[in-house]
Design a binder for this molecule. Structure first.
Ligand SMILES: Cc1cc2nc3c(=O)[nH]c(=O)nc-3n(C[C@H](O)[C@H](O)[C@H](O)COP(=O)(O)OP(=O)(O)OC[C@H]3O[C@@H](n4cnc5c(N)ncnc54)[C@H](O)[C@@H]3O)c2cc1C
Length: 407
């Protein structure tokens, strides 16, 4: 029988022309996900970062999926990239977080904004997995409002020096290069993006956040920077364009998290189907009780409505990528990626909740396959733009700039 991933690939083939390379990529992704499943669950039980993920990704040549072939990646177009993240989402959002940060927030940001030299030096290594990336925007005092960040830099000769701290950074303690955002010393304008080498002196992982509600297999760290040197060649984009760099990363990242959320719903549907077709109460399979069928309908409808929306967002991103200059298309891609993230992440949470309900008491055990999706999917409504930030963003695209809640 056709799997949900095969169905998604078949649907995508009606939207774009898929190549033999794309099909080979899907095959590798599928195999990698099968290999990831058991160790990922074991790490979840141990509440540890799943260090198997980068290794399996390297083995299947999946670290550089969206990176252009010119820099050693697979050159996957946005819809193809989204489908791979969808498949990773079936394993869990811990895996998706690692992949999305390295690929969408990290690699694509470097690809879109980095100088040719920077791309030759680091993007080629990101494609093989020799370089693992993190994206450090959030600070203790600057979350939903990144423009209020406090990390600062000063220029001295051919180098910049960074001082400050970053908070809740995924891949923060496992990445060897981090995209870090800072203002010029004493200023609150002119944010700049830097590619920081984690080996530079003054860089420290102050703490790994282990007391999380879920997402145990993803690395989340608090970082500090004390006169951390960045050579001038490692500035990403022009000096002063940091906020634009940050937002373009988030546009890609949101499509990635929305795609991963589709996979979460697919796994919830699979798990629920199996459970309600095998467990009997009141003399019949629970799947034959109409109120259980309502949960099944909800998960299936959440999945179907979100899935096409995410594909639409990926296609809009590609439309913009094909021009690189059309700001109207850029705004449309940004809007639809926010809608996709908002709808898909909320739907994943809602679907995981229904899945737990269908599993009954066992659903409440962390040993059940669906509890993990419930606790992991909650964070997707917070990171890369909270529900509220998405709501304000979407409303302002309807009402117009005069109605922007903050500017
Ligand atoms: C597990 C995890 C991983 C993360 N990974 C990364 C990462 O890799 N890189 C990174 O840079 N960051 C990362 N983050 C940080 C994340 O992006 C922020 O937590 C998020 O943007 C919200 O910021 P905050 O936590 O400071 O909350 P706050 O901004 O303090 O928000 C608190 C509440 O107020 C609401 N709010 C804020 N402003 C408004 C407003 N104007 N109107 C209405 N409501 C508002 C918010 O929606 C929220 O409900 C991660 C967070 C977590 C939990």
């Amino acid at each position: 029988m056709e799997t949900l991933f095969e169905r998604s690939v078949a649907d995508a083939s009606k939207l774009v022309k898929l190549t033999d390379d794309d099909y080979a990529l899907f095959q590798r992704t599928d195999e990698a996900c099968n290999e990831l499943l058991v160790p990922e669950f074991e790490k979840y039980m141990e509440r540890k970062f799943d260090d198997n993920v980068p290794e399996v990704l390297k083995k299947y040549n999946l670290m550089g999926v969206p990176i252009s072939k010119k820099y050693g990646g697979s050159g996957a177009r946005p819809l193809v990239h989204a489908l791979t993240l969808e498949r990773f989402g079936q394993v869990g959002l811990g895996v998706v977080t690692f992949v999305d940060v390295h690929q969408a927030l990290g690699s694509l940001t470097l690809q879109e904004w980095g100088s040719e030299e920077l791309k030759q030096r680091y993007l080629t290594k990101a494609a093989t997995g020799e370089v693992v990336l993190a994206y450090a925007l959030t600070e203790p005092e600057a979350g939903s409002d990144p423009a209020s960040l406090k990390t600062q830099y000063r220029k001295d000769g051919d180098n910049y020096y960074l001082n400050g701290s970053k908070y809740l950074i995924s891949n923060g303690s496992v990445a060897n290069r981090l995209i870090v955002f800072a203002y010029p010393e004493g200023q609150t304008k002119g944010m700049t993006a830097f590619l920081v080498d984690a080996k530079e002196s003054g860089f420290a992982v102050d703490m790994k956040l282990e007391e999380k509600m879920g997402l145990f297999t993803s690395d989340t760290a608090m970082l500090s920077f004390t006169d951390v040197r960045v050579p001038k060649e490692d500035v990403i984009g022009e000096e002063g364009r940091g906020l634009a760099v940050a937002y373009s990363g988030l546009l890609n990242g949101r499509i990635g998290i929305a795609s991963g959320s589709i996979g979460v719903m697919e796994d919830c549907l699979n798990q629920v189907k199996e459970r309600v077709s095998s467990r009997t109460q009141h003399g019949k399979l629970i799947g034959k009780h109409q109120l259980i069928q309502r949960h099944v309908t909800k998960i299936a409808s959440n999945l179907e409505s979100s899935r096409w929306l995410v594909y639409h967002a990926a296609l809009k991103k590609e439309e913009y990528d094909n021009t690189k200059t059309d700001l109207g298309l850029r705004a449309e891609a940004d809007r639809i990626s926010a809608v996709a993230k908002y709808v898909a992440t909320r739907s994943a949470w809602d679907s995981a909740d229904s899945a737990v309900q269908c599993f009954g008491g066992f659903g409440y055990s962390i040993l059940s396959p669906v509890a993990k999706h419930l606790i992991d999917s909650r964070v997707a409504r917070i990171y890369e733009g909270t529900d509220e930030v998405m709501e304000l963003k979407i409303a302002s695209t309807v009402l117009g700039r005069d109605f922007e809640a903050y500017r």
